[in-house]
Design a binder for this molecule. Structure first.
Ligand SMILES: [Zn+2]
Length: 89
């Protein structure tokens, strides 16, 4: 049997995930449509892309999500100025 694991650190979580798939839980709402997920087993991160499909998180996607999140927050504040005040009461 071929062993392609590069590091000697044995991680049962990683093996579990590669066998059964990641158990992604919602970690952040970027916009109404784009969300970030973290695997509860191995901590692997994923995000929904512009087509609404789940994709493995990359530094580039993280950057895009951060930009989207700040644009989204500004848009919300502008179109819905009362919503922040309502939440406080
Ligand atoms: Zn996982």
């Amino acid at each position: 049997m071929k062993n392609t694991t590069p590091s000697s650190a044995f991680s049962f979580s990683k093996i579990y995930c590669s066998l059964f798939g990641h158990n992604y839980v919602l970690s952040k709402n970027v916009t109404h449509h784009i969300k970030e997920y973290t695997c509860s087993h191995c901590g692997e991160q994923a995000t929904t892309n512009s087509r609404g499909r789940l994709e493995a998180m990359t530094p580039k996607l993280k950057e895009i999500n951060n930009a989207l999140a700040s644009v989204h927050a500004k848009k919300l504040a502008r179109t819905n100025p009362d919503s922040t005040l309502q939440a406080a009461s």
